[in-house]
Ligand binder design. Structure first.
Ligand SMILES: [Fe+2]
Ligand SMILES: [Fe+2]
Length: 425
């Protein structure tokens, strides 16, 4: 009897039959018409297409096959040539559409990265201006948040993208932007109206502004804080409220997000030890986005959680700290496998989640590891277009072979942004 649990092995093309799952080696993805370099053979014609490409061998993966290849040396009857040409043409037609979609997707990602870099630059200027007491910065921030709000409240899909952040970008600013984007994404799903979205966005952007009043030496100190140092750090919500409250243009509805973002659902937070619904809704949302971003972007990269782990940790170990309905919404927005998570797919491929659309979170976009494709041309697939593929599990970075790690280059900083305006999938 055939044993489908046996390890993978090399077979001759003559041994192949429909139902056998193979991996092509030494054939560039761009030079064969199959959508993936690993796939299950569906017809005799596909075997003929392989022959016509000059492929003589493949790796059989028994675990994913319906049946095992035939015995070695068994010459099989070749299908008629016209059928092969037709099969090859059909495969190429589909593949060319795929390549075109890939090209468009890469252009859209590049556009999103550009917009992110520009936003981060604007935001850096705004936050610096505001900490110097420049109230004009508040108006600029309002315009910025209103643009984000209009995006979230429009019918455009709010796909959340993983961004490549330049190492020199200051964490303070990318943190503010991450917390604002994530908070507003949750706010939209929580049904906030246009004004509440602006209050939330402004509160999220400036939630840590009070830290500018605290010595950098204390802020950067890791662990072993003295009691006075801890007390000083815990004053940043009040400092923030004082600074922003003194600016007439700053929306009053945003102040609770600044003052209460370290309050916790079970009353264990600071500064007032508020609990449950005594904490303002905007602050409950910002608290979740803030903790998540700090888990993913710990000052010591070794201590950072992967996005998947950060979510599981918050959901299992820190559940008591947050509003449970909002935490559930947050997880819904980010998807089970948030952007930045490295996953294994049902065909054995390994990829990293690049983007997730909250309305279809089981079908993220992924960049795939394929040693046959140069890294800079890496395949990006949308699981929504691949009915036969699904995510099987998340993989911890330390379990990733070096070669795959280098190829996918999982981010040491997890930074998100939303689709540029007016773009639909
Ligand atoms: Fe804070
Ligand atoms: Fe924060």
């Amino acid at each position: 009897m055939s044993d489908l649990n046996m390890p993978e092995y090399k077979v001759s093309v003559d041994q192949l039959k429909p139902g056998v799952f193979i991996r092509l080696e030494r054939v560039n993805w761009f030079n064969h018409p199959f959508l993936f370099s690993s796939f299950k053979i569906r017809s005799e014609e596909e075997i003929e297409v392989l022959r016509s490409l000059g492929v003589t061998e493949a790796i059989c993966i028994p675990e994913k096959s319906d049946c095992l290849p035939g015995p070695a040396g068994a010459a099989r009857g070749a299908a008629a040539k016209p059928a092969t040409d037709k099969a090859s043409e059909d495969l190429w037609r589909i593949k060319k559409e795929r390549i075109e979609r890939l090209r468009k997707k890469k252009a859209r990602i590049a556009e999103c990265e550009e917009r992110y870099a520009a936003s981060l630059k604007d935001l850096t200027r705004i936050l610096q201006g505001l900490s110097r007491g420049n109230s004009q910065s508040v108006l600029e921030a309002l315009a910025f948040v209103e643009r984000l709000r209009d995006h979230f409240l429009s019918d455009a899909e709010s796909t959340l993208h993983l961004m490549n952040v330049l190492p020199q970008s200051e964490r303070v600013y990318s943190h503010a932007l991450n917390v604002a984007v994530l908070s507003m994404m949750v706010g939209r799903d929580a049904g906030l109206d246009a004004q509440a979205m602006v209050d939330l966005g402004m509160g999220a952007l400036f939630h840590d502004i009070g830290e500018t009043r605290i010595e950098k030496r204390v802020l950067r100190k890791r662990g072993n804080l003295t009691k006075p140092e801890r007390e000083l750090i815990e004053k940043h919500p009040q400092y923030g409220q004082e600074m922003l409250g003194a600016i007439a243009e700053f929306p009053r509805g945003s102040l609770p997000a600044v003052l209460q973002h370290h309050e916790r659902h079970d009353g264990s937070g600071y500064p007032a030890g508020l609990a449950g619904e005594d904490i303002a809704l905007v602050a409950r949302i910002v608290a979740i986005a803030d903790v998540y971003d700090n888990h993913c972007n710990h000052p010591d990269p070794e201590e950072s959680f992967t996005p998947y782990l950060a979510l599981s940790y918050m959901f299992t170990q820190q559940k008591k700290l947050f509003d449970k309905d909002l935490l559930a919404l947050f997880i819904r927005c980010l998807g089970v496998y948030p952007p930045g998570t490295v996953v294994q797919l049902s065909n054995g491929s390994i990829g990293m989640v690049m983007a997730v659309n909250p309305d279809n979170q089981l079908c993220p976009s992924l960049v795939l590891y394929d040693p046959q494709i140069p890294k800079k041309e890496a395949l990006i697939i949308d699981l929504a277009d691949e009915p036969d593929l699904k995510v099987e599990k998340s993989i911890r970075l330390k379990h990733l072979p070096q070669e795959i790690f280098d190829y996918l280059s999982p981010r040491t900083r997890i930074t998100y942004f939303v689709e540029p305006d007016g773009n639909v999938r």
